[in-house]
Every structure is written in C-alpha cells, then in structure tokens.
Design a binder for this molecule. Structure first.
Ligand code: CU
Length: 68
C-alpha cells in the first residue's frame, strides 16, 4: 500500500468533502481516503499495482475540484 496526500482546491462544505471522498473511494485499488476540509487535503491509501495516483487526481478533478 502506498499513501499520498493531494492538495484539493475548491471544497467549501461537507458536501464537497463527501463528493471527493465518494469519487475516490469508488476507484478500484483505493483502500482508504480521508478528506480534510480545512486543510484542503485528501489523503489516499492505494494499491500501486492496481491504480496510478494520476487516476485518483483525475477522479477528484472530474468532481469539479482542482488538485495541485
Ligand atoms: Cu460543498
């Protein structure tokens, strides 16, 4: 398992947190996702053999948030 922390811009409320969380959790290869609204981060534990971090970033961007 690998762990990355992504900086997510544009989250303003608990709905945003849930949208990001659900989008990432739905990906194959993701074991766990924690989203911090105030810290503007998403910490994701994933299986590097199943998913690339770029795909995780993409899923967040597809929800309408920016990843830096
Ligand atoms: Cu929101």
């Amino acid at each position: 398992m690998k762990k990355i922390t992504l900086n997510v811009e544009g989250m303003s409320c608990s709905h945003c947190v849930k949208a990001v969380k659900d989008a990432v959790a739905a990906l194959d290869g993701v074991a766990e996702v924690e989203v911090d609204l105030k810290g503007k981060t998403a910490t994701v534990e994933y299986n590097a053999e199943e998913i690339k971090p770029e795909r995780i970033q993409e899923a967040i961007e597809e929800e309408g948030y920016d990843v830096e």
